[in-house]
Design a binder for this molecule. Sequence first.
Ligand SMILES: Cc1cc2nc3c(=O)[nH]c(=O)nc-3n(C[C@H](O)[C@H](O)[C@H](O)COP(=O)(O)OP(=O)(O)OC[C@H]3O[C@@H](n4cnc5c(N)ncnc54)[C@H](O)[C@@H]3O)c2cc1C
Length: 432
Amino acid sequence: MPIREKNYWLETVTTPPAQSARDLPDTIDVAVVGAGYCGLSAARILAKRGVNVAVFEAETFGWGASSRNGGMALTGMKLPVPALIKRYGRETVRKMYAASLESIDCVEQIVREENIDCSFSRCGHLEVACKQAHFDAYEESSALVKREFNHELRIILKSELRGEIGSDIYYGGMVDETSAGLNPARYVAGLALAAQRAGACLYDHTRVTSIALEKNNGARKFRVQTSKGAITARELILASGAYTTQATPALQKKIIPIGSYIIATEVLPAEFARELSPRNRMIYDSKHFLYYYRLTSDNRMLFGGRAAFFPETENTVRQSAEILRRGMISVYPQLRDSKIEFVWGGTLDFTLDVMPHAGKIDGMYFAAGFAGHGVAAATWFGAKLAGLICGDANDIPFDGIKFPAAPLGLRSGNTWALPLASAWYRILDFFT
Ligand SMILES: Cc1cc2nc3c(=O)[nH]c(=O)nc-3n(C[C@H](O)[C@H](O)[C@H](O)COP(=O)(O)OP(=O)(O)OC[C@H]3O[C@@H](n4cnc5c(N)ncnc54)[C@H](O)[C@@H]3O)c2cc1C
Protein backbone atom coordinates (compact mmCIF):
# COMPACT_ATOMS: atom_id res chain seq x y z
CA MET A 1 0.00 0.00 0.00
CA PRO A 2 1.47 3.44 -0.90
CA ILE A 3 2.55 5.56 2.09
CA ARG A 4 0.56 8.72 2.69
CA GLU A 5 2.35 12.05 2.67
CA LYS A 6 3.35 13.04 6.19
CA ASN A 7 6.26 15.18 7.37
CA TYR A 8 8.06 13.38 10.19
CA TRP A 9 9.49 16.60 11.66
CA LEU A 10 6.09 18.20 12.12
CA GLU A 11 4.99 15.19 14.18
CA THR A 12 7.79 15.93 16.66
CA VAL A 13 6.88 19.56 17.39
CA THR A 14 5.43 19.69 20.87
CA THR A 15 5.49 23.43 21.66
CA PRO A 16 2.31 25.36 20.82
CA PRO A 17 2.89 27.46 17.68
CA ALA A 18 3.51 31.21 17.88
CA GLN A 19 0.22 33.09 18.00
CA SER A 20 -0.83 35.05 14.95
CA ALA A 21 -1.19 38.80 15.58
CA ARG A 22 -4.69 40.11 15.02
CA ASP A 23 -5.35 43.47 13.37
CA LEU A 24 -3.01 44.96 10.82
CA PRO A 25 -1.66 48.37 11.81
CA ASP A 26 -1.73 51.12 9.14
CA THR A 27 2.02 51.56 9.16
CA ILE A 28 5.05 49.59 10.26
CA ASP A 29 8.81 50.19 10.12
CA VAL A 30 9.66 46.93 8.38
CA ALA A 31 7.43 44.34 6.68
CA VAL A 32 8.87 40.85 6.09
CA VAL A 33 7.43 38.51 3.44
CA GLY A 34 7.75 34.86 4.55
CA ALA A 35 8.12 33.20 7.95
CA GLY A 36 10.91 30.71 7.34
CA TYR A 37 14.39 30.87 8.90
CA CYS A 38 15.31 33.97 6.90
CA GLY A 39 12.25 36.09 7.66
CA LEU A 40 12.02 35.03 11.31
CA SER A 41 15.73 35.47 11.96
CA ALA A 42 15.50 39.01 10.50
CA ALA A 43 12.38 39.79 12.53
CA ARG A 44 13.97 38.53 15.75
CA ILE A 45 16.97 40.85 15.39
CA LEU A 46 14.92 43.83 14.23
CA ALA A 47 12.54 43.49 17.18
CA LYS A 48 15.44 43.11 19.62
CA ARG A 49 16.89 46.33 18.23
CA GLY A 50 13.65 48.21 18.79
CA VAL A 51 12.32 48.19 15.23
CA ASN A 52 8.60 47.82 14.66
CA VAL A 53 8.42 44.72 12.44
CA ALA A 54 5.63 42.57 10.98
CA VAL A 55 6.09 39.19 9.29
CA PHE A 56 3.50 38.03 6.74
CA GLU A 57 3.24 34.31 6.06
CA ALA A 58 0.86 32.95 3.44
CA GLU A 59 0.47 29.62 5.25
CA THR A 60 1.55 28.68 8.77
CA PHE A 61 4.82 29.83 10.39
CA GLY A 62 7.68 27.73 9.01
CA TRP A 63 5.40 26.10 6.44
CA GLY A 64 7.95 26.32 3.57
CA ALA A 65 11.31 24.61 3.21
CA SER A 66 12.22 25.51 6.80
CA SER A 67 10.10 22.72 8.30
CA ARG A 68 10.67 20.21 5.50
CA ASN A 69 14.43 19.95 5.16
CA GLY A 70 17.05 17.42 6.24
CA GLY A 71 18.14 19.49 9.25
CA MET A 72 21.78 19.60 8.13
CA ALA A 73 23.59 22.83 8.99
CA LEU A 74 26.51 22.54 6.57
CA THR A 75 29.79 24.37 6.06
CA GLY A 76 30.91 25.61 2.65
CA MET A 77 28.88 26.32 -0.45
CA LYS A 78 27.37 24.24 -3.23
CA LEU A 79 30.09 25.05 -5.80
CA PRO A 80 33.63 23.71 -5.49
CA VAL A 81 36.18 26.17 -4.09
CA PRO A 82 38.36 26.42 -7.26
CA ALA A 83 35.28 27.38 -9.30
CA LEU A 84 34.36 30.00 -6.69
CA ILE A 85 37.86 31.50 -6.63
CA LYS A 86 37.94 31.67 -10.42
CA ARG A 87 34.60 33.43 -10.44
CA TYR A 88 34.86 35.85 -7.49
CA GLY A 89 38.54 36.05 -6.56
CA ARG A 90 40.39 34.77 -3.50
CA GLU A 91 39.53 37.57 -1.05
CA THR A 92 35.78 37.49 -1.69
CA VAL A 93 35.68 33.71 -1.45
CA ARG A 94 37.56 33.81 1.87
CA LYS A 95 34.80 36.05 3.21
CA MET A 96 32.12 33.78 1.75
CA TYR A 97 33.65 30.70 3.33
CA ALA A 98 34.02 32.47 6.66
CA ALA A 99 30.34 33.43 6.42
CA SER A 100 29.42 29.76 5.94
CA LEU A 101 31.24 28.87 9.18
CA GLU A 102 29.80 31.87 11.00
CA SER A 103 26.29 30.91 9.90
CA ILE A 104 26.49 27.66 11.89
CA ASP A 105 27.70 29.59 14.95
CA CYS A 106 24.76 31.93 14.39
CA VAL A 107 22.27 29.02 14.54
CA GLU A 108 24.02 27.58 17.60
CA GLN A 109 23.88 30.93 19.37
CA ILE A 110 20.17 31.41 18.63
CA VAL A 111 19.37 27.88 19.81
CA ARG A 112 21.28 28.50 23.03
CA GLU A 113 20.05 32.06 23.70
CA GLU A 114 16.43 31.25 22.95
CA ASN A 115 16.55 27.84 24.57
CA ILE A 116 15.16 26.07 21.47
CA ASP A 117 14.73 22.35 22.03
CA CYS A 118 15.70 21.14 18.52
CA SER A 119 18.45 18.54 19.15
CA PHE A 120 21.18 20.86 17.79
CA SER A 121 24.42 18.90 17.72
CA ARG A 122 27.86 19.53 16.21
CA CYS A 123 27.94 16.00 14.83
CA GLY A 124 29.87 16.93 11.67
CA HIS A 125 29.08 16.00 8.10
CA LEU A 126 30.42 13.20 5.93
CA GLU A 127 30.60 13.48 2.15
CA VAL A 128 30.93 10.08 0.51
CA ALA A 129 32.52 9.50 -2.91
CA CYS A 130 30.42 7.66 -5.51
CA LYS A 131 33.38 7.26 -7.87
CA GLN A 132 37.13 6.82 -7.46
CA ALA A 133 37.67 10.12 -9.32
CA HIS A 134 35.47 11.92 -6.78
CA PHE A 135 37.51 10.48 -3.92
CA ASP A 136 40.79 11.41 -5.64
CA ALA A 137 39.59 15.03 -5.79
CA TYR A 138 39.01 15.14 -2.00
CA GLU A 139 42.74 15.26 -1.27
CA GLU A 140 43.24 18.39 -3.37
CA SER A 141 40.03 19.92 -2.11
CA SER A 142 40.90 19.49 1.58
CA ALA A 143 44.43 20.88 1.02
CA LEU A 144 42.94 23.92 -0.72
CA VAL A 145 40.42 24.53 2.07
CA LYS A 146 43.22 24.27 4.66
CA ARG A 147 45.46 26.65 2.72
CA GLU A 148 42.84 29.25 1.80
CA PHE A 149 40.55 29.19 4.83
CA ASN A 150 42.60 27.46 7.52
CA HIS A 151 39.74 25.01 7.91
CA GLU A 152 40.21 21.29 8.52
CA LEU A 153 38.56 18.59 6.38
CA ARG A 154 39.51 14.99 7.15
CA ILE A 155 39.90 12.38 4.41
CA ILE A 156 38.47 8.94 5.16
CA LEU A 157 39.98 6.09 3.16
CA LYS A 158 37.69 3.35 1.86
CA SER A 159 39.31 0.94 4.34
CA GLU A 160 38.32 3.27 7.24
CA LEU A 161 34.83 4.04 6.03
CA ARG A 162 33.10 1.45 8.23
CA GLY A 163 33.93 3.66 11.22
CA GLU A 164 31.75 6.35 9.63
CA ILE A 165 29.01 4.56 7.72
CA GLY A 166 27.53 1.06 7.53
CA SER A 167 27.73 0.88 3.75
CA ASP A 168 30.35 -0.55 1.40
CA ILE A 169 29.32 1.14 -1.83
CA TYR A 170 31.49 4.25 -1.55
CA TYR A 171 35.13 4.91 -2.49
CA GLY A 172 35.96 6.91 0.61
CA GLY A 173 34.79 10.08 2.30
CA MET A 174 35.58 13.50 3.70
CA VAL A 175 34.51 14.70 7.14
CA ASP A 176 33.93 18.24 8.37
CA GLU A 177 33.49 18.25 12.15
CA THR A 178 32.13 21.83 12.16
CA SER A 179 28.79 21.02 10.54
CA ALA A 180 25.76 20.37 12.73
CA GLY A 181 22.44 18.61 12.76
CA LEU A 182 19.10 19.73 14.18
CA ASN A 183 15.38 19.12 14.02
CA PRO A 184 14.32 21.75 11.45
CA ALA A 185 10.63 22.03 12.35
CA ARG A 186 11.37 22.43 16.04
CA TYR A 187 14.03 24.99 15.19
CA VAL A 188 11.72 27.12 13.03
CA ALA A 189 8.90 26.86 15.59
CA GLY A 190 11.34 28.04 18.28
CA LEU A 191 12.57 30.85 16.04
CA ALA A 192 8.99 32.07 15.50
CA LEU A 193 8.39 32.10 19.26
CA ALA A 194 11.70 33.92 19.82
CA ALA A 195 10.84 36.59 17.23
CA GLN A 196 7.44 37.04 18.82
CA ARG A 197 8.89 37.25 22.33
CA ALA A 198 11.26 39.94 21.10
CA GLY A 199 8.25 41.97 19.95
CA ALA A 200 7.76 41.10 16.25
CA CYS A 201 4.15 40.84 15.03
CA LEU A 202 3.68 37.61 13.10
CA TYR A 203 0.68 37.13 10.79
CA ASP A 204 -0.07 33.63 9.52
CA HIS A 205 -2.44 32.86 6.65
CA THR A 206 -1.70 36.35 5.35
CA ARG A 207 -0.44 36.37 1.80
CA VAL A 208 1.28 39.42 0.36
CA THR A 209 -0.36 39.91 -3.02
CA SER A 210 1.32 43.07 -4.31
CA ILE A 211 3.83 45.71 -3.29
CA ALA A 212 3.99 49.26 -4.64
CA LEU A 213 6.69 51.84 -3.99
CA GLU A 214 5.19 55.23 -3.16
CA LYS A 215 7.16 58.48 -3.18
CA ASN A 216 5.87 61.56 -1.43
CA ASN A 217 7.90 64.78 -1.10
CA GLY A 218 11.15 62.83 -1.37
CA ALA A 219 10.07 60.26 1.25
CA ARG A 220 9.61 56.70 0.00
CA LYS A 221 7.53 53.91 1.48
CA PHE A 222 6.01 50.65 0.38
CA ARG A 223 2.29 49.99 0.12
CA VAL A 224 1.93 46.28 0.90
CA GLN A 225 -1.35 44.64 -0.09
CA THR A 226 -2.10 41.43 1.81
CA SER A 227 -4.99 39.01 1.83
CA LYS A 228 -6.01 40.60 5.16
CA GLY A 229 -5.72 44.27 4.10
CA ALA A 230 -3.10 46.88 3.23
CA ILE A 231 -0.22 48.26 5.27
CA THR A 232 2.48 50.85 4.69
CA ALA A 233 6.10 49.98 5.48
CA ARG A 234 9.30 52.02 5.50
CA GLU A 235 11.40 49.00 4.50
CA LEU A 236 10.68 45.55 3.13
CA ILE A 237 12.46 42.22 3.41
CA LEU A 238 11.68 39.52 0.88
CA ALA A 239 12.27 36.16 2.58
CA SER A 240 9.95 34.03 0.48
CA GLY A 241 12.59 31.53 -0.72
CA ALA A 242 11.57 28.98 -3.33
CA TYR A 243 7.92 29.90 -2.74
CA THR A 244 8.37 33.44 -4.15
CA THR A 245 5.38 34.48 -6.26
CA GLN A 246 4.34 37.09 -8.79
CA ALA A 247 3.78 39.50 -5.92
CA THR A 248 7.52 40.22 -6.30
CA PRO A 249 8.17 39.62 -10.02
CA ALA A 250 11.77 40.89 -10.08
CA LEU A 251 12.83 38.30 -7.49
CA GLN A 252 10.63 35.57 -8.93
CA LYS A 253 12.54 35.83 -12.23
CA LYS A 254 15.78 34.94 -10.45
CA ILE A 255 14.67 31.83 -8.60
CA ILE A 256 14.66 28.25 -9.86
CA PRO A 257 12.39 26.19 -7.59
CA ILE A 258 13.56 22.58 -7.36
CA GLY A 259 11.76 19.80 -5.54
CA SER A 260 13.47 17.60 -2.97
CA TYR A 261 11.93 14.66 -1.15
CA ILE A 262 12.53 12.72 2.03
CA ILE A 263 11.46 9.38 3.48
CA ALA A 264 11.82 8.23 7.08
CA THR A 265 11.82 4.65 8.27
CA GLU A 266 10.19 3.19 11.32
CA VAL A 267 12.16 3.54 14.58
CA LEU A 268 15.19 1.23 14.32
CA PRO A 269 16.79 -0.67 17.19
CA ALA A 270 19.56 1.55 18.65
CA GLU A 271 22.37 -0.89 17.85
CA PHE A 272 21.20 -1.26 14.24
CA ALA A 273 20.99 2.53 13.86
CA ARG A 274 24.58 2.89 15.18
CA GLU A 275 25.73 0.31 12.64
CA LEU A 276 24.24 2.47 9.83
CA SER A 277 25.78 5.69 11.09
CA PRO A 278 28.26 5.08 13.92
CA ARG A 279 28.98 8.79 14.50
CA ASN A 280 25.55 10.10 13.65
CA ARG A 281 26.91 12.35 10.90
CA MET A 282 24.95 14.41 8.40
CA ILE A 283 25.77 12.39 5.26
CA TYR A 284 25.51 13.23 1.56
CA ASP A 285 27.09 11.76 -1.55
CA SER A 286 29.22 13.31 -4.27
CA LYS A 287 26.73 13.22 -7.17
CA HIS A 288 24.90 16.22 -8.67
CA PHE A 289 21.67 14.26 -8.20
CA LEU A 290 22.67 13.47 -4.67
CA TYR A 291 21.25 11.53 -1.75
CA TYR A 292 21.44 13.01 1.74
CA TYR A 293 20.70 11.07 4.89
CA ARG A 294 20.98 10.94 8.66
CA LEU A 295 19.49 9.39 11.74
CA THR A 296 16.79 11.16 13.71
CA SER A 297 17.05 11.38 17.48
CA ASP A 298 14.55 8.52 17.82
CA ASN A 299 16.70 6.35 15.50
CA ARG A 300 14.86 6.49 12.21
CA MET A 301 16.84 6.64 8.98
CA LEU A 302 15.83 9.83 7.20
CA PHE A 303 16.79 9.59 3.53
CA GLY A 304 16.37 12.41 1.01
CA GLY A 305 17.10 13.22 -2.58
CA ARG A 306 15.96 14.97 -5.69
CA ALA A 307 13.73 12.04 -6.63
CA ALA A 308 11.57 14.37 -8.74
CA PHE A 309 12.77 17.74 -9.94
CA PHE A 310 9.34 19.37 -9.83
CA PRO A 311 8.11 21.02 -6.64
CA GLU A 312 6.00 18.86 -4.35
CA THR A 313 2.57 17.60 -5.41
CA GLU A 314 0.65 14.51 -4.35
CA ASN A 315 2.02 12.71 -7.41
CA THR A 316 5.67 13.65 -7.03
CA VAL A 317 5.59 12.77 -3.34
CA ARG A 318 4.11 9.32 -4.05
CA GLN A 319 6.59 8.56 -6.83
CA SER A 320 9.47 9.82 -4.70
CA ALA A 321 8.70 7.43 -1.85
CA GLU A 322 9.43 4.42 -4.04
CA ILE A 323 12.44 5.99 -5.81
CA LEU A 324 13.99 6.98 -2.48
CA ARG A 325 13.32 3.60 -0.91
CA ARG A 326 15.22 1.96 -3.77
CA GLY A 327 18.02 4.52 -3.33
CA MET A 328 18.18 3.88 0.40
CA ILE A 329 18.42 0.12 -0.11
CA SER A 330 21.19 0.60 -2.67
CA VAL A 331 23.17 2.36 0.07
CA TYR A 332 21.97 0.24 2.98
CA PRO A 333 20.78 -3.22 1.84
CA GLN A 334 20.29 -3.99 5.55
CA LEU A 335 17.24 -1.64 5.50
CA ARG A 336 15.44 -3.84 2.96
CA ASP A 337 12.80 -4.97 5.45
CA SER A 338 12.43 -1.70 7.37
CA LYS A 339 9.08 -0.02 7.01
CA ILE A 340 8.87 3.49 5.53
CA GLU A 341 6.53 5.49 7.73
CA PHE A 342 6.90 9.01 6.35
CA VAL A 343 7.36 10.71 3.00
CA TRP A 344 7.16 14.39 2.17
CA GLY A 345 8.59 16.96 -0.19
CA GLY A 346 9.59 20.59 -0.30
CA THR A 347 11.05 23.13 -2.68
CA LEU A 348 14.57 24.52 -2.68
CA ASP A 349 15.48 27.96 -4.01
CA PHE A 350 18.24 27.54 -6.57
CA THR A 351 19.67 30.31 -8.70
CA LEU A 352 21.24 30.02 -12.14
CA ASP A 353 24.76 30.51 -10.74
CA VAL A 354 24.05 28.14 -7.79
CA MET A 355 24.94 30.91 -5.32
CA PRO A 356 23.11 32.63 -2.51
CA HIS A 357 22.41 36.31 -3.10
CA ALA A 358 21.35 39.23 -0.94
CA GLY A 359 20.97 42.97 -1.18
CA LYS A 360 18.26 45.10 -2.70
CA ILE A 361 15.91 44.42 -5.58
CA ASP A 362 13.36 47.06 -6.68
CA GLY A 363 14.31 48.96 -3.51
CA MET A 364 13.47 46.01 -1.22
CA TYR A 365 15.93 43.96 0.82
CA PHE A 366 16.08 40.29 -0.13
CA ALA A 367 18.09 37.13 0.44
CA ALA A 368 17.63 33.95 -1.60
CA GLY A 369 19.36 31.08 -3.40
CA PHE A 370 20.34 29.03 -0.36
CA ALA A 371 19.75 25.71 -2.15
CA GLY A 372 20.76 22.85 0.18
CA HIS A 373 22.57 25.16 2.64
CA GLY A 374 19.64 27.20 3.87
CA VAL A 375 19.34 25.89 7.43
CA ALA A 376 22.35 27.91 8.50
CA ALA A 377 22.59 30.36 5.58
CA ALA A 378 18.97 31.60 5.66
CA THR A 379 19.29 32.23 9.41
CA TRP A 380 22.53 34.17 8.92
CA PHE A 381 21.33 36.18 5.92
CA GLY A 382 18.13 37.13 7.77
CA ALA A 383 20.16 38.44 10.70
CA LYS A 384 22.49 40.32 8.34
CA LEU A 385 19.61 42.03 6.48
CA ALA A 386 18.20 43.13 9.83
CA GLY A 387 21.63 44.59 10.68
CA LEU A 388 21.72 46.54 7.40
CA ILE A 389 18.31 48.06 8.12
CA CYS A 390 19.57 49.08 11.57
CA GLY A 391 22.54 50.83 9.99
CA ASP A 392 25.31 48.21 10.38
CA ALA A 393 28.09 48.26 7.80
CA ASN A 394 27.43 45.99 4.85
CA ASP A 395 29.84 43.05 5.18
CA ILE A 396 27.77 40.50 3.22
CA PRO A 397 30.20 39.14 0.62
CA PHE A 398 27.29 37.83 -1.49
CA ASP A 399 25.78 41.31 -1.90
CA GLY A 400 26.78 42.92 -5.18
CA ILE A 401 27.96 39.77 -6.96
CA LYS A 402 26.33 39.32 -10.37
CA PHE A 403 22.83 37.84 -9.97
CA PRO A 404 21.70 36.30 -13.27
CA ALA A 405 18.01 35.80 -14.05
CA ALA A 406 16.79 32.24 -14.50
CA PRO A 407 15.99 31.26 -18.10
CA LEU A 408 12.30 31.07 -19.00
CA GLY A 409 11.00 27.60 -18.25
CA LEU A 410 13.05 27.28 -15.09
CA ARG A 411 11.56 30.23 -13.23
CA SER A 412 9.31 30.05 -10.24
CA GLY A 413 5.72 29.76 -11.50
CA ASN A 414 6.89 28.63 -14.96
CA THR A 415 8.97 25.47 -14.68
CA TRP A 416 8.22 23.46 -17.83
CA ALA A 417 11.95 23.05 -18.63
CA LEU A 418 12.87 21.49 -15.27
CA PRO A 419 12.90 17.91 -16.66
CA LEU A 420 15.57 19.04 -19.18
CA ALA A 421 17.73 20.37 -16.35
CA SER A 422 17.16 17.12 -14.48
CA ALA A 423 18.24 15.08 -17.53
CA TRP A 424 21.35 17.27 -17.87
CA TYR A 425 22.39 16.57 -14.27
CA ARG A 426 21.84 12.84 -14.75
CA ILE A 427 24.12 12.96 -17.79
CA LEU A 428 26.74 14.87 -15.77
CA ASP A 429 26.53 12.24 -13.02
CA PHE A 430 27.09 9.50 -15.57
CA PHE A 431 30.16 11.06 -17.14
CA THR A 432 31.85 12.88 -14.24
C1 LIG B 1 13.35 18.58 1.21
C2 LIG B 1 14.37 19.62 1.53
C3 LIG B 1 15.55 19.29 2.15
C4 LIG B 1 16.50 20.26 2.48
N1 LIG B 1 17.58 19.91 3.23
C5 LIG B 1 18.42 20.87 3.68
C6 LIG B 1 19.45 20.55 4.60
O1 LIG B 1 19.56 19.42 5.07
N2 LIG B 1 20.30 21.56 4.97
C7 LIG B 1 20.15 22.84 4.53
O2 LIG B 1 20.95 23.69 4.91
N3 LIG B 1 19.13 23.17 3.70
C8 LIG B 1 18.25 22.24 3.29
N4 LIG B 1 17.19 22.59 2.50
C9 LIG B 1 17.03 24.01 2.16
C10 LIG B 1 16.48 24.84 3.30
O3 LIG B 1 15.39 24.19 3.89
C11 LIG B 1 16.04 26.21 2.78
O4 LIG B 1 17.13 26.80 2.08
C12 LIG B 1 15.62 27.15 3.88
O5 LIG B 1 14.63 26.58 4.67
C13 LIG B 1 15.10 28.46 3.26
O6 LIG B 1 14.54 29.25 4.27
P1 LIG B 1 13.73 30.55 3.85
O7 LIG B 1 13.33 31.22 5.09
O8 LIG B 1 14.52 31.33 2.86
O9 LIG B 1 12.47 30.01 3.01
P2 LIG B 1 11.22 29.11 3.42
O10 LIG B 1 11.44 28.33 4.65
O11 LIG B 1 10.83 28.34 2.19
O12 LIG B 1 10.12 30.18 3.78
C14 LIG B 1 9.52 31.02 2.80
C15 LIG B 1 8.10 31.30 3.26
O13 LIG B 1 7.57 32.39 2.51
C16 LIG B 1 6.20 32.21 2.39
N5 LIG B 1 5.72 33.06 1.29
C17 LIG B 1 6.08 33.00 -0.01
N6 LIG B 1 5.45 33.98 -0.72
C18 LIG B 1 4.70 34.65 0.18
C19 LIG B 1 3.81 35.76 0.06
N7 LIG B 1 3.59 36.37 -1.11
N8 LIG B 1 3.17 36.22 1.17
C20 LIG B 1 3.40 35.64 2.38
N9 LIG B 1 4.22 34.55 2.54
C21 LIG B 1 4.87 34.08 1.46
C22 LIG B 1 6.05 30.72 2.13
O14 LIG B 1 4.76 30.27 2.46
C23 LIG B 1 7.14 30.13 3.02
O15 LIG B 1 6.65 29.66 4.25
C24 LIG B 1 16.26 21.63 2.14
C25 LIG B 1 15.07 21.98 1.50
C26 LIG B 1 14.13 21.00 1.20
C27 LIG B 1 12.85 21.42 0.53
